[in-house]
Design a protein around this ligand. Structure first.
Ligand code: GLU
Ligand code: MG
Length: 427
């Protein structure tokens, strides 16, 4: 394919190449993190109009593809926000994830591999109806899926599978496991490529957790597995409950323990809570479960086939997340909570069944607590958590709470359908 304007293949037209020069940074303004999804800075923003920051590109994480169909290549480089003195900005979420990874390595000698499984819907397509999950549901959208997969591959995000999901216009994209920073980068890059390719077709892609109160939810399931310093898996033990090794069981117990407090970081929109309900295949309880799609922390299956090592396949997914979450903060919270579980030797039962069928006493005995049911309740739990105050800089927490409280207050005046529609337009 040749670029119409320049006569060069589009991948040679890369004005962003200049960011690769050492020491190149881009300007940024602190108050930007006080922007709500509707594009307005909150009243009472803690940053004000002063101050200057720079974005330091992580050139190794750059994602380029000329295959989205746009006249110029998709060219995106994640970066860390730094002060003018070159040190990480206290409220930079990518730096917060870096710090969480370092703290985990220091405390446990271990790392995680991670991957974001993301669901989205395509609107305004004019495509004929097709049976959910069907081959036809995917093929009717061609050349979308084929080109999409090629573009994601060229961009280096290692796409694994694209499927037509349960919702009539819903799709799911998974990428291969990698280090946590790259996993969060990939989550962002995938969303941007998805939106760009849909837009170029005259369609609209949305990752909003609920596009209508009665619609199937769009989840983000954050997969993780534990590895040692050499990259060898340490989370699998076939002889133990849930096949979780002691260290993996403690990591999961830490996440279960802190789940109410970190929920505001992983499900941070008023409409997130329309998704997190029992019998929605999302998650509603502080529940570690084996191969159950209602569990908030689901121990995923492995396949017994020649040449397939179960220890390398074995992973757990956190299902109480959606794409309105900042993937760096969400993953940082999971890493911190899991690390705390290992350091304190926490335990959590592996429960099979339906928590709704138990008495409240039985649930309490099993540690099955209902997750906060509104954004405000989740923010209360976040504010009350001492652990969280140790994991994130005070400015980051204060600023985050300000934005989210403002969103929660504005949502009071909207009914569920309007809430979903607004979020679907923004995400
Ligand atoms: N759509 C479901 C959710 O909101 C997930 C379905 C699945 O992939 O298990 O999380
Ligand atoms: Mg799915």
């Amino acid at each position: 394919m040749r670029c119409r304007w320049w006569g060069h293949p589009p991948h040679q037209f890369r004005p962003a190449d200049r960011i690769a020069a050492p020491g190149t940074t881009v300007g940024w303004v602190p108050a930007n993190i006080s922007l709500k999804p509707d594009g307005h800075i909150i009243d009472g923003d803690i940053w004000g109009s002063s101050g200057d920051l720079r974005i330091l590109p992580d050139v190794a994480a750059r994602a380029v593809t000329g295959l989205t169909g746009a006249p110029t290549p998709f060219d995106m480089t994640p970066g860390d926000i730094i002060g003018l003195d070159g040190t990480p900005w206290s409220a930079c979420s990518r730096s917060a994830l870096r710090a969480a990874i370092a703290a985990m390595e220091q405390a446990t000698g271990l790392r995680i591999l991670s991957s974001f499984e993301q669901e989205f819907q395509l609107f305004d397509t004019g495509l004929p109806d097709a049976h959910v999950f069907s081959f036809q549901a995917l093929r009717r959208a061609e050349p979308f899926a084929g080109r999409y997969f090629a573009a994601l591959s060229e961009a280096g995000v290692d796409p694994e599978v694209i499927i037509a999901e349960y919702g009539a216009d819903q799709y799911e994209i998974t990428t291969g496991p990698t280090g946590p920073l790259a996993a969060a980068d990939r989550a962002v890059i995938v969303r941007e490529i998805t939106r760009e390719m849909a837009r170029l077709q005259g369609w609209r892609a949305t990752f909003a957790p609920k596009t209508r109160p009665d619609a199937v939810g769009n989840g983000v399931h954050i997969h993780f597995s534990l590895v040692d310093a050499d990259g060898a898996p340490v989370g699998f033990d076939a002889s133990r409950l849930g096949r979780l090794s002691p260290v993996a069981a403690a990591f999961c117990a830490g996440i279960v323990h802190h789940m109410p407090a970190i929920l505001a970081l992983t499900a941070p929109s008023p409409s997130s809570y329309l998704r997190l309900k029992p019998h929605n295949w999302s998650s509603a309880w502080t529940w570690l479960g084996e191969r159950d799609r209602e569990a908030s922390l689901r121990i995923c299956p492995t396949v017994d086939l020649p040449g397939k090592d179960p220890a390398r396949q074995f992973n757990v997914e956190y299902r109480a997340a959606d794409a309105t979450a900042n993937p760096y903060l969400a993953l940082a919270a999971l890493v911190r909570a899991g690390t705390d579980g290992i350091v304190r030797g926490l335990t959590a039962p592996v429960f099979s069944g339906d928590p709704e069928q138990l008495s409240s006493g039985e649930r309490a005995e099993l540690g099955l607590h209902r997750l906060p049911e509104t954004l405000d309740a989740a923010l209360d739990a976040m504010e009350a958590s001492e652990a969280l105050r140790n994991w994130f800089a005070p400015d980051l927490i204060r600023s985050y709470l300000g934005v989210k409280r403002a969103q929660a207050a504005e949502a009071q005046g909207l009914d569920d359908a309007d809430l979903c529609a607004a979020c679907a337009a923004q995400y």
